[in-house]
Write a protein that binds this ligand. Structure first.
Ligand SMILES: [Zn+2]
Length: 355
């Protein structure tokens, strides 16, 4: 009898200890840890540009529809100032979004003291995720460059192209071929990529390929086909079936230019392209619920507002210092609400990736 009582006391003690441990270390909610991350940046896309998109859809007579913004449930806004200005450029803005550190306007991937900064995309690769960049401008432009390059001046195009080789990212899709094969050093970097195991395409024909080789470099003009390109990139990354998932950085780069040009029609058309890209990534996240989508901007361009005639109007041909939207969708999205500094976005992505 005494032995039985001892056993019961021992079991009870173990149960109490286990409950205590469980209370001290609550189980992590696995559903809030994203496996895949899609980081979509609209260059120059402030609240005026978003308002333009929403209103073009909502107030359109019989044909009124919803924009993709209707699907977003977690929203915040981000400050965009750089280390040396209230109004950032894409180099400092991209660096903040990629690395979580402020730098001076014009600088890519280095802090104001010249120290190298690490990007969340490079860190995702180190963690074993598949990685990609898709842009409808030069892949060497400041915003995508911030995700892999480290240069004092964003205009160091040939050096940025050289640094792209070292990334090892799986999918590299954008424009800028001449900085790879018509260089002052006479090198043909496309051959270096090929030697490193990349399959190289110099046209949008790549979009007809069902599954390219393991690593892909496509340098062509993807301006008119950004939504289709993003759809393909997601399909290719998904087909890798990497148990660690993937991190895809996308830039809709041309909203900025229409802001600089104060081009009303151009802005409205570009926001329609952005809407289509948002549909592609949000549909992907719906079909693959372990995917977190972040949509934001490096800064606003043009000081866009909505005029009494219902059309956007501009208050500058430069960038403005207004806050920009942060839209989040999928596991972990609730971490991106409220007022965030742009550096807080990669900080939050880092902590979610560390789960
Ligand atoms: Zn600009």
């Amino acid at each position: 009898m005494k032995t039985n009582r001892n056993i019961i006391v021992s079991i009870s003690a173990i149960v109490v200890i286990l409950i205590g441990i469980a209370l001290l270390f609550p189980a992590r909610e696995k559903q809030s840890a994203p496996k895949n991350i899609i980081y979509l940046i609209g260059d120059g896309m402030g609240f005026g540009q978003i308002s333009t998109l929403i209103m073009e859809h909502a107030v359109n007579g019989e044909a009124c529809t919803s924009s993709q913004i209707d699907r977003i449930q977690h929203m915040g806004m981000a400050t965009t100032y750089s280390a040396n200005s209230k109004v950032t450029d894409s180099a400092a803005g991209g660096t903040a979004l990629a690395t979580g550190e402020k730098t001076n306007n014009g600088t890519v991937g280095l802090n104001p003291s010249g120290d190298t900064l690490s990007s969340v995309l490079a860190e995702a690769r180190e963690m074993g995720k598949s990685t990609g960049i898709v842009v409808n401008t030069a892949i060497l432009d400041a915003t995508p460059a911030a995700f892999y390059a480290h240069v004092e001046k964003r205009s160091q195009w040939e050096e940025i192209a050289m640094q792209l080789i070292r990334t090892g990212y799986d999918l590299l899709i954008g424009d800028g071929l001449k900085y790879f094969n018509q260089r002052t050093d006479s090198l043909d970097l496309t051959e270096v990529f090929t030697a490193n195991g990349y399959v190289f395409y110099d046209s949008t024909d790549v979009l007809t390929v069902s599954q390219p080789a393991d690593k892909l470099l496509a340098l062509a003009d993807f301006k008119e086909v950004l939504p289709q390109t993003v759809e393909k990139a997601l399909s290719w990354l998904g087909q890798k079936e990497n148990p660690e998932g993937f991190f895809l950085m996308i830039e809709e780069a041309r909203i900025d230019g229409h802001g600089h040009n104060n081009d009303v029609r151009g802005l409205m058309d570009e926001m329609e392209i952005m809407d289509k890209v948002m549909k592609v990534v949000l549909d992907y996240a719906d079909a693959h619920p372990e995917t977190l989508v972040i949509i934001t901007a490096d800064h606003e361009t043009g000081g866009v507002n909505m005029g009494y005639d219902g059309r956007p109007f501009f208050s500058t041909t430069g960038h403005s210092g207004t806050v920009v939207p942060v839209f989040a969708y999928g596991p972990g999205a609730e971490n991106f609400t409220g007022l965030i500094d742009n550096t807080g976005i990669p900080e939050r992505l880092r902590s979610l990736m560390a789960w």
